[in-house]
Design a protein around this ligand. Structure first.
Ligand SMILES: C[S@@+](CC[C@H](N)C(=O)[O-])C[C@H]1O[C@@H](n2cnc3c(N)ncnc32)[C@H](O)[C@@H]1O
Length: 329
């Protein structure tokens, strides 16, 4: 019995070491939108991410202060919390929504099914579009297509609402991203964005440990850059297309349990090992350091979970009418 136990521990340590070696030797650095598409195509094709994270590739909302919750329920709750926070629950059925960086369509389907919105989801990953289409019942008013958030293929003033969850860290040019999001909104339309952000380093520069951690968080998941909450709000206002001020909120506390819950999924769902085999186990283990570093970064204030709401102006707003100047971290 003891021998089997020792053998199991030895195998686990060996797998952890292989996972760590993969982590350091083969990072998935951002190179271009194509490298992001490649990463998401791979993560979608093997099905591991969907198995553990479900149809929502975003953090959960656990309440504030956070309560214990089922991981997947917390993700569904996140979408409804974001709808309420953005005031979208007051909009009539038939409202048109663009979901920018839609993943495999988790949010898009809720917006269509529970709120009656007509949704277009775009992602840079062709595999995600294929999977999103497979997961969407034909009677839901949702369609998906490949598109680049930095050069959206839609004309100006196309949608009543633009929605984006956790796509921003993959996007290098935050000012261009902000402009594209606002450009495709109709006058009076609402933008709601949820994103991973970095502390504003103009106020308190990153120390060497924080710089090292930030580098890992960027290079492991194909991220060129995290904006700060203040910096992205300024970028939105600098588009000249925002009525008044951008409203922001910090949801770090409500979303924080998601990181350790992500690791916990691997323990409470051991059938994943049978389904994806040894390769799947190694692939999953290699993500553990990033989950732990994310937990550390969001728990210590290096990273913050930012919410943004902006209303589209009917005419371009001059610089004097906005409260911020351009400065994006
Ligand atoms: C963390 S996932 C979030 C997915 C989805 N919003 C959700 O919450 O389930 C990031 C998404 O952003 C998309 N993305 C990244 N860069 C993009 C770009 N330049 N244009 C369009 N989508 C992009 C990815 O393909 C992926 O779907």
């Amino acid at each position: 019995m003891m021998q089997w136990f020792m053998l199991a521990i030895a195998v686990l340590i060996a797998l952890l070491l292989i996972g760590l070696a993969l982590y350091f030797l083969f990072p998935r650095k951002y190179e271009s939108p194509a490298s992001v598409a490649h990463s998401y195509d791979n993560w979608t094709r093997d099905g591991i991410l969907e198995f553990y994270w479900g149809e929502h590739i975003h953090l959960g909302h656990y309440g504030d202060p956070p309560r214990r919750k089922d991981f997947r329920q917390a993700k569904v709750d996140f979408v409804h919390e974001m709808v309420r926070w953005g005031g979208l629950d007051k909009l009539p059925p038939g409202t048109t929504v663009l979901d920018v960086g839609c993943g495999i369509g988790g949010s898009s389907r809720i917006l269509a099914r529970d709120y009656g919105f007509v949704v277009t989801g775009i992602t840079i990953s062709p595999q995600q579009v294929k999977r999103a289409q497979e997961l969407t019942p034909p009677d839901l008013p949702v369609k998906f297509q490949v598109d680049d958030a930095l050069a959206l293929s839609f004309p100006d003033e196309s949608f009543d609402v633009v929605w984006s969850v956790e796509a921003g860290p993959h996007i290098p040019d935050k000012q261009r991203f902000a402009y594209e999001l606002m450009r495709v909104l109709k006058p009076g339309g609402i933008l709601v964005v949820a994103d991973w952000n970095q502390r504003d380093d103009r106020q308190k520069p990153l120390n060497p440990l924080e710089k090292f951690v930030m580098r890992q968080l960027l290079d492991q998941w194909s991220h060129p850059l995290f904006a700060s909450i203040e910096g992205f709000a300024e970028a939105l206002e600098a588009t000249g297309l925002v009525v008044g001020e951008v409203i922001t909120a910090d949801w770090t506390r409500a979303t924080l349990p998601s990181w350790l819950d992500s690791i916990w999924q691997g323990i409470v769902r051991p059938e994943g090992i049978v389904r994806f085999g040894l390769i799947g186990l190694i692939k999953s283990l290699r993500e553990v350091p990033t989950f732990l570093l994310m937990r550390w970064a969001f728990g210590t204030g290096l990273c913050r979970f930012g919410m943004f709401k902006a209303v589209r102006a009917a005419r371009p707003v001059s610089a004097g009418e906005t409260t911020h100047s351009i400065a994006v971290n």
